[in-house]
Each structure stands twice: as C-alpha cells, then as structure tokens.
Write a protein that binds this ligand. Structure first.
Ligand code: NAD
Length: 274
C-alpha cells in the first residue's frame, strides 16, 4: 500500500474501500472484513449510507489493530450546525464502535456548514478526529472555506472517474494543499467504463483489467481512490494495482475520454439541497 501525507501531516492510504449502497448489512459486514483481510486499510462510509454499525462489525471481525486502519465517515446535511454536528459525530462513533475517527467529512456543501466546521475543528483539536475535510465542494466553496476558517480542509472528496476527470478541480486542490479524493472511480458501474475501448486497449497492454487501469490512473494523478465491490475476487483485484505503472502516453490517451461533466447528482441543482 502507498500512502500520501495530508496537509496536517497525517498519512492516508492511496486506496481504500467504499461502502455506498451496501444496503444488505450482513453483506456489508462481510465485505469490510474481506477487504481488510485483503490488505485495504482505509474504509469510507457515511451516516447517510445506514451501514456504520455493519462497517464497525466488519472492522472488529478483521482482527486488524485499530491504529493500522484509516476510517472515514461523513456528516449528513440535515445534521449540519454546531450542536447537531457534535451529536451526529458521537452517534457515528458509537455506530462504528470506535473511540476516534481518522477522517470526518462534511458530506454536502449545504446548510450550516460553518457551524459544522466549528464543531469539527474542536473535535479535531481534542484528538477525536485525526483529519477533517469536505466532500462535493466546488472550488468557490472550498476557497471560501479555506479563507474564512481556522483549519483548512485536509481532503475534498468529489466525483472523479474517466468520464469526469476533474482536471481543473484537481489543479485547484493540489495548488491549495487539499487532497483530492475520488468518489465513484468506476462511475458506480453504470457508465459502461468497463467496456470502453480506450481503457480496454490499455488494460490488455499491461495485462491488467480495466478496473485496475482506472485505479492506477487515478493514483498516478495523486488522487486517493475508494472503489466499492461486494465480490471477494473484485475486492482483491481492485487492490492489486501497485505492481505496474502507466506510461505518460497512456495517461495522456485516457484524457481523451473525459467529458468534463457529471452524469450523477448535479450538486448545482436546488433539488439536491433537500
Ligand atoms: P464505484 O465507482 O466504486 O463502482 C462500484 C461498482 O463497480 C460495483 O458496484 C460494481 O458494479 C463495479 N465493480 C467494482 N469493481 C469491479 C471490478 N473489479 N470489475 C468489474 N466491475 C467492478 O462506485 P461507488 O460505490 O459509488 O463509489 C466508491 C465509493 O465512493 C462509495 O462506495 C463511497 O464510499 C464513495 N462515494 C462518495 C460520494 C460522496 O458524495 N462523497 C458519492 C458516491 C460514492
């Protein structure tokens, strides 16, 4: 596993395990256990996913020491605000069966995010969270947050995959010392990433799968990835990306399939705020 240093010095694994839409809680628990046994050390959940308890059980069942793991959860938008955030944080921690978090993210850039951030800064200073960050913040909101808060976000987790490469956003985040983390590296498996001819050609050249090429391409851009799968073979396949390197020409070729647009929830739409 490779690691990257966040702007506060904390080391974060370059690859982790996402558990969005793992609604079958027994399956979620088992998958988290399998992922940790396969070598994953970062688990990415959210209170909104409704599976923090199962994630906590999977962590426990893995038998891997807590301090070797990097656990992320997220604050949902209806829990925003100073007091609510403190309560939501305690509930998440209890659900997960943990006594500290590695990374706590504001899930959406709406509601009283400044009140939330005050609470998160306090929890960070008390050592209850090792790093605090945001998700789905466009550059204007991220800049606002950097300028008008005491602690700068360590991470911004945003949609990033071959069809929405976030090239400008990546430049903005790296120039400002905020770690870019990708959500949905495979476009949730619904955008036909795995059948893309450009990616298939590159995969056959390296004798790797399309999934492995996509993850490797993101990691080489300095972007932390958190692919999701409930199948043990794919869980293992997705972490097996540290034994090859895409050359510069292949990195450039992948740029050609960017659409520069999201096909998922549009975070600029008023409906998303509800
Ligand atoms: P993903 O892009 O990781 O795609 C997962 C799907 O890809 C699987 O369900 C499966 O259909 C397919 N797949 C996985 N591995 C494969 C393989 N090796 N071969 C073939 N098919 C494979 O989707 P995701 O779960 O949406 O994103 C990853 C994680 O990002 C989430 O689990 C969650 O933790 C996080 N996330 C965060 C936000 C946010 O708003 N912050 C939003 C979405 C996701």
């Amino acid at each position: 596993m490779e690691f990257i240093k966040l702007n506060n010095g904390v080391e974060m694994p370059m690859l982790g395990f996402g558990v969005y839409q793992m609604n079958d809680l027994a399956e979620c628990e088992k998958s988290v256990e399998e992922a940790i046994k396969a070598g994953y050390r970062l688990i990415d959940t959210a209170s909104k996913y409704g599976n923090e308890v199962a994630v906590g059980k999977g962590i426990k069942n893995s038998g891997v020491a807590r301090e070797k793991l990097f656990i992320t959860t997220k604050l949902w938008l209806q829990d925003a605000g100073y007091e609510n955030t403190k309560k939501a944080f305690e509930i998440s921690l209890k659900n997960l069966g943990l006594d500290y978090l590695d990374l706590y993210l504001i899930h959406q850039p709406f509601n009283d995010v400044y009140g939330s951030w005050r609470a998160m800064e306090e929890l960070y200073k008390k050592g209850e969270i090792r790093a605090i960050g945001v998700s789905n913040f466009r550059p204007d909101r991220a800049m606002d947050f950097m300028l008008y808060n005491e602690i700068k976000p360590a991470v911004n987790q945003i949609e990033t995959h071959p069809f929405n490469q976030q090239i400008e956003n990546n430049r903005f985040l790296s120039e400002n010392g905020i770690l870019h983390q990708s959500w949905s590296p495979f476009g949730q498996g619904v955008l036909n990433v795995f059948n893309n001819d450009v990616l298939k050609d590159i995969a056959s050249k390296y004798n790797k799968s399309v999934a492995q090429v996509v993850l490797r391409w993101l990691i080489q851009r300095g972007i932390v990835v958190i692919p999701k799968s409930v199948h043990v073979e794919r869980i293992k396949e997705n972490i097996n990306v540290f034994d090859f390197k895409l050359d510069d020409s292949d990195m450039d070729i992948i740029k050609s399939i960017d659409t520069g647009k999201s096909t998922f929830k549009n975070h600029t739409e008023p409906e998303v705020v509800k």
